[in-house]
Design a protein around this ligand. Structure first.
Ligand code: ATP
Ligand code: MG
Length: 252
C-alpha cells in the first residue's frame, strides 16, 4: 500500500516576462488502487500538475511537496521518480525519431527494473500487450510516435503503462482524440493495470465518456491552479451539465 501526497504545491513557469505562477496550492492524496479524476477548464494548470509530478525542467516548484510514501520526489531526478514507480502519459506525446518502439520499451523496462527483462517472456509480454491494445505488431519497429496518428500515440502511452506497471500513473487527457473503439480498448488497458498492479491513477480528462469505462473513486475540479471542489463520480456528471461557471469569480 503506497501513498502519493501532493501538499500545498505551488509551481511557476519561466516566461519572457519572468516567472508566471500557475499552480497555487494544490492538495491531493492518492492511495494505491484509487482512481482520481481531475476535470477543469483549459489553462487551469492540469498538465502543469502532471509535468511537475514527473519532473519537467520548465516548471519551477516554489513551494510545497510531493511525497511518495513520505519521501519528497521533488528532490529526485526524473529517472529516479520513474524508478520509484511514477508514470506520466503525456497529453502530447513527443516523437523520438531514430528510436524504435521496441528498443524504447525494453530500455525503459530495464532502467526501471534495474535488470534487463528475460528476452523470451519480454517478447511475448510486448506482443500480448500490443494485441490487447489492438496495435499492429509493425508498430514495434517504427520510431517512437514518429508519424503516429493522435490515437496511436495515446495507445502507445498505455502500452508503456501496461509493460512498466507503475505504482502511480498520471494520465493526461489519454482519452482525447480517441474513436469509440479505441476509447474502450485504452480504458480496458488502464483497468487491467489498475487491477493487476494495484496502481493509483490520476486521470485528467475533459469528458465523462471515459469515466463510463474507468470508474473514478474521486473527482476533483481544478480551477485557477488548485482544487476547487471534490466529490464522487456524480460530480463529473454535474460538471458536464453545468460547466465551470459557478467556480469563476466573475461568473464569466
Ligand atoms: N511555457 C509556458 N509559458 C507561458 N505560459 C505557460 C507555459 N506553460 C504553461 N503556461 C500557461 O499555464 C497555464 C496552464 O497550462 P496547462 O497546460 O497546465 O493547462 P491545462 O489545464 O492542462 O489546460 P488544457 O485543458 O487546455 O490541457 C496556461 O495558461 C498556459 O498558457
Ligand atoms: Mg493540459
Amino acid at each position: 500500500m503506497s501513498t502519493l501526497e501532493i501538499k500545498n504545491l505551488h509551481v511557476s513557469v519561466e516566461t519572457t516576462d519572468g516567472p508566471k505562477p500557475i499552480l497555487r496550492g494544490v492538495d491531493l492524496t492518492i492511495r494505491s488502487g484509487e482512481i482520481h479524476a481531475i476535470m477543469g477548464p483549459n489553462g487551469s494548470g492540469k498538465s502543469t500538475l502532471a509535468y511537475s509530478i514527473a519532473g519537467h525542467p520548465s516548471y519551477t516548484v516554489t513551494d510545497g511537496e510531493v511525497l511518495l510514501d513520505g519521501e519528497n520526489i521533488l528532490e529526485m531526478t526524473v529517472d529516479e521518480r520513474a524508478r520509484a514507480g511514477v508514470f506520466l502519459a503525456m497529453q502530447y506525446p513527443v516523437e523520438v525519431p531514430g528510436v524504435t518502439v521496441s528498443n524504447f520499451l525494453r530500455t525503459a523496462k530495464t532502467a526501471i527494473d534495474g535488470t534487463a527483462p528475460a528476452l523470451r517472456t519480454w517478447v511475448s509480454d510486448v506482443n500480448s500487450a500490443m494485441e490487447k491494445l489492438r496495435m499492429d505488431p509493425v508498430f514495434a519497429q517504427r520510431d517512437v510516435n514518429a508519424g503516429f496518428s493522435g490515437g496511436e500515440k495515446k495507445r502507445h502511452e498505455i502500452l508503456q503503462m501496461k509493460l512498466l506497471r507503475p505504482q502511480f500513473a498520471v494520465l493526461d487527457e489519454t482519452d482525447s482524440g480517441l474513436d469509440v473503439d479505441a476509447l474502450r480498448v485504452v480504458s480496458e488497458g488502464v483497468n487491467d493495470v489498475h487491477a493487476e498492479a494495484g496502481s493509483g491513477i490520476l486521470l485528467i480528462t475533459h469528458y465523462t465518456r471515459i469515466l463510463n469505462y474507468i470508474t473514478p473513486d474521486f473527482v476533483h475540479v481544478f480551477v485557477d491552479g488548485k482544487v476547487a471542489e471534490e466529490g464522487g463520480p456524480e460530480l463529473a456528471a454535474r460538471l458536464e451539465a453545468e460547466g465551470y461557471d459557478r467556480f469563476s469569480p466573475v461568473g464569466a
